[in-house]
Design a protein around this ligand. Sequence first.
Ligand SMILES: Nc1ncnc2c1ncn2[C@@H]1O[C@H](COP(=O)(O)OP(=O)(O)OP(=O)(O)O)[C@@H](O)[C@H]1O
Ligand SMILES: O=C(O)C1=C[C@@H](O)[C@@H](O)[C@H](O)C1
Ligand SMILES: [Mg+2]
Length: 172
Amino acid sequence: MTGAPLIVLVGPMGVGKSTVGQLLAERLGTGYRDTDEDIVTAQGRAIADIFVDEGEAAFRALEKEAVRSALAGHDGVLALGGGAILDPDTRALLAGQRVVYLSMDVEEAVRRTGLNAARPLLAVNPRKQWRELMEARRHLYEEVATVVVATDGRTPEEVTQAALDAVELKDV
Ligand SMILES: Nc1ncnc2c1ncn2[C@@H]1O[C@H](COP(=O)(O)OP(=O)(O)OP(=O)(O)O)[C@@H](O)[C@H]1O
Ligand SMILES: O=C(O)C1=C[C@@H](O)[C@@H](O)[C@H](O)C1
Ligand SMILES: [Mg+2]
């Protein structure tokens, strides 16, 4: 498959990119792809292991390439890793794409992700780390977003419908 994705999903860890992304893909009759999964498949290692073995900078370099490649090679629904928008070149590539920012407040974030060793950025004091992470990133998510869809208090199906309404794409 080639061409720009129908929808690019951005947002923090655990906001529902995979869950909603797959529901959106079903509704739109298209495929779902996830850059975190692309990296894990290509590297044959978990993301937490890449962070531990080589550090965050090495992961970000792999991520930048994975996003560039997926934006050019996938025409369905594409979910980006939560930190992909930190890269200025990636943000530039997202200009002109249909980007949905799935948002949630910090309390919802702590509830959904909890203490999870598979999320290396939240290993210690998740509430404080969430607050700092969102303070640093919120404006970047907003910068790349075509639309913002709040997920707090909504089921994945409700979020999916809200995203479809917001981007004015009809399911088939
Ligand atoms: N709207 C929602 N309401 C409540 N829980 C949700 C909602 N969407 C997703 N979840 C739950 O939150 C958790 C994280 O969802 P999901 O894996 O889809 O997020 P993600 O953004 O893809 O996270 P990751 O950073 O792991 O890629 C899952 O347990 C999922 O079932
Ligand atoms: O928010 C982040 O920086 C990350 C989010 C995940 O999707 C993974 O890409 C990784 O755990 C880093
Ligand atoms: Mg996911």
